[in-house]
Design a protein around this ligand. Structure first.
Ligand SMILES: [Zn+2]
Ligand SMILES: [Zn+2]
Length: 114
């Protein structure tokens, strides 16, 4: 998949095809291995590494996402660049996006959350 194709998917609102594609799935795994299957944000915050949590006596693995530091929509040329990828747990990933989108779309986030 090349940048032109990715731009086309963005324009036609079909980015899910990118995420289902072989190129992304392969790169995603490389990113996970590089990051040791650890959430990079939790790591930065000095939290203990967990790759599973105990829920009602059962061990469940934490869902890990591979995040684009520079969003695909704005930087399609970085969609398949390993340096632009970062492993995040679901929790941090949601926070990351609230922060990013909150900062651009609405401005009231900063007094409350920081
Ligand atoms: Zn995390
Ligand atoms: Zn993301």
């Amino acid at each position: 998949m090349n940048t032109q194709q990715i731009i086309k998917l963005i324009q036609t609102d079909n980015l899910n095809k990118f995420y289902k594609g072989r190129d992304w799935r392969r790169l995603r795994i490389i990113a996970l291995i590089r990051d040791n299957h650890e959430c990079q944000q939790c790591k930065r915050e000095g939290k203990v590494h967990v790759d599973s949590i105990k829920v009602e006596g059962e061990r469940k693995s934490v869902e890990l996402n591979v995040h684009h530091k520079y969003e695909i929509e704005l930087y399609p040329q970085l969609a398949l660049v390993l340096d632009n990828l970062e492993t995040l747990c679901l929790n941090c990933h949601n926070k990351m996006h609230n922060r990013v989108f909150g900062a651009t779309k609405q401005k009231k986030w900063d007094d409350e959350k920081w």
